[in-house]
Design a protein around this ligand. Structure first.
Ligand SMILES: Cc1cc2nc3c(=O)[nH]c(=O)nc-3n(C[C@H](O)[C@H](O)[C@H](O)COP(=O)(O)OP(=O)(O)OC[C@H]3O[C@@H](n4cnc5c(N)ncnc54)[C@H](O)[C@@H]3O)c2cc1C
Length: 474
């Protein structure tokens, strides 16, 4: 007999598991169906983010940064390292352990909140009076009925035409996180967040990295001043990035040869030991049997939803990578929690203008709100203030003085419109920009708040003060 729930969530990534936990906290009888298989085919909750995305990439970014610091950074601090060796197997094993502890943490939260978990593929069977029937196909088959369904099935990597992922020579994010030996020549197609982060990991571990990007501009979504600074610093590190290329062929045998036209249209080719392809992701809607209930998809295959994540069907919602908007775990989480609250009759609000972006390279890049080029294009009057980390005492003590903080504020009201950071711990510092924007703070408000000394956050305060040409430390 079918098991009946108030809410069935399909997908156990950050969108789905947060939705399930919030729904259960609000007293709704909740189930979550997720098909991810970890080691030995066992369930591994957390989706792309936990298994082959945010978490393992950050684990490897930290380990590889430690290796680079030990090899090149410590000496300046008077710490000499002799006989430095890379134990890649241990590095990868540690990453797997970090992933496993996150999987286990989510499973624990499911048990604690009495969420029924089903391991397998969830798909719509039919709509019926007051709800939907969902089939689960896994080790055991189940039929569930639900008043409300939340689709949180995420996304999968897009491959290059004619060059399917084999995860040996042509790697998606999955293969890029488990290369068993450091490739001498590593190619990366796509200079987005994933390409830059993965390229950085393997460069730090010794690969010669070439990144090929189709777009003519580097980091087009970032503020131009920050993107220029990033370009300069990445080039200094030895990341070779070619813009405006058009890939014309990929041949994989013992190694991988990429044929492409460069920005001038000249035919080129480059041979690599491995190739990471990070050219975007496609929504996971194939397995849902959306047609059975008439769930509408948009022209790009995403589940079509409104601002509140409502689909075209009553009580069917969708969140995270499977819907419009940035493919970011925290955006998925915000949507997941908000949908659970809407189902419970609350009125939450997700402000998409204050979703922060982070690239965990060295230096880190993070921003929230409008870029300077967006403000110009929209004809909005603004004032800007910048502050370099080289003038920040904590950055000097850390030995990490690259980069800057930039504030953009409304010319008339001084309301903060955007905060852009490239530098140490930008991922952490950006939270102050998010708070400022959520509370409609002015740059003066941030400049008048007491910040600890010496701290990197003083650079944020100084950039805010610089809007009014009042930076104190320069
Ligand atoms: C290498 C990499 C690094 C990243 N780093 C960051 C980062 O630092 N910060 C950040 O914010 N974002 C990062 N992201 C993006 C982030 O991982 C995604 O935005 C996030 O995982 C989306 O969450 P989701 O819940 O929508 O989907 P997912 O995490 O993709 O989860 C969807 C889940 O649904 C399951 N599923 C799919 N179809 C079905 C079905 N029919 N039945 C049952 N289960 C199903 C999938 O197996 C999966 O477990 C990164 C991504 C990659 C690839």
């Amino acid at each position: 007999m079918a098991q009946t729930f108030d809410v069935v969530v399909i997908g156990g990534g950050p969108g789905g598991y947060i939705a399930a936990i919030r729904a259960a906290q609000l007293g709704l009888k909740t189930a979550c169906v997720d098909e991810w298989r970890g080691a030995e085919g066992k369930p591994a909750l957390g989706g792309t983010c936990t298994n082959v995305g945010c978490i393992p990439s950050k684990a490897l970014l930290q380990s590889s940064e430690n290796f680079e610091q030990a090899g090149h950074g410590f000496a300046e601090h008077g710490v000499r390292v002799k006989g430095l060796e890379l134990d890649l197997a241990q590095m990868l094993a540690r990453k797997d352990k970090v992933v496993k502890s996150s999987n286990d943490g989510i499973a624990y939260l499911f048990r604690k909140n009495k969420i029924a978990f089903f391991h397998g593929r969830g798909s719509f069977v039919k709509s019926e009076a007051g709800g939907y029937e969902i089939a689960v196909e896994g080790v055991q088959s189940e039929i569930l009925t639900a008043k409300n369904v939340i689709v949180a099935t995420g996304s999968s990597p897009r491959s290059l035409p004619g060059a399917a992922f084999d995860e040996k020579l042509i790697l998606s994010n999955t293969g890029a996180l488990e290369i068993p030996e450091v490739p001498k020549r590593l190619g990366v197609v796509g200079a987005g967040v994933i390409g830059l982060e993965m390229g950085s990991v393997w460069r730090r571990l010794g690969s010669e990295v070439t990144i090929l990007e189709a777009l003519p501009a580097f980091l087009g979504a970032a503020d131009e001043q920050i993107a220029k600074e990033a370009w300069k610093l990445f080039a200094k590190q030895g990341l070779k990035i070619e813009l405006g290329v058009k890939i014309t062929g990929v041949k994989a045998k013992k190694d991988v040869t990429v044929e492409y036209a460069n920005a001038e249209g000249k035919a080129q080719n480059a041979t690599f030991d491995r190739l990471i392809v990070s050219i975007g992701r496609v929504p996971n809607t194939q397995g849902l049997n959306a047609e059975a209930v008439g769930l509408a998809l948009d022209e790009r295959g995403f589940v079509a939803v409104d601002e509140d994540c409502r689909s075209n069907l009553p009580n069917v919602w969708a969140v995270g990578d499977v819907v419009r908007g940035p493919m970011l775990a925290h955006k998925a989480e915000e949507e997941g929690a908000a949908v659970a609250e809407r189902i419970a009759g609350k009125k939450p609000h997700v402000d998409f203008n204050t979703v922060p972006w982070v690239i965990y390279t060295t230096p880190e890049i993070a921003w929230v709100g409008k870029t300077e080029q967006e403000l110009k294009a929209e004809g909005l009057g603004y004032r800007s203030g910048t502050f370099p980390f080289s003038a920040n005492a904590r950055a000097r003590a850390l030995g990490d003085t690259q980069g800057l903080v930039k504030f953009l504020a409304d010319a008339k009201t001084d309301t903060v419109l955007g905060v852009h950071i490239i530098g140490p711990f930008a991922s952490e510092l950006i939270a102050e920009g998010v708070v400022a924007m959520e509370f409609r703070a002015s740059s003066e408000d941030i400049g008048m708040i007491c910040h600890a000394h010496p701290s990197l956050s003083e650079a944020v305060k100084d950039a805010a003060l610089a809007v009014d040409k009042r930076a104190l430390n320069i």
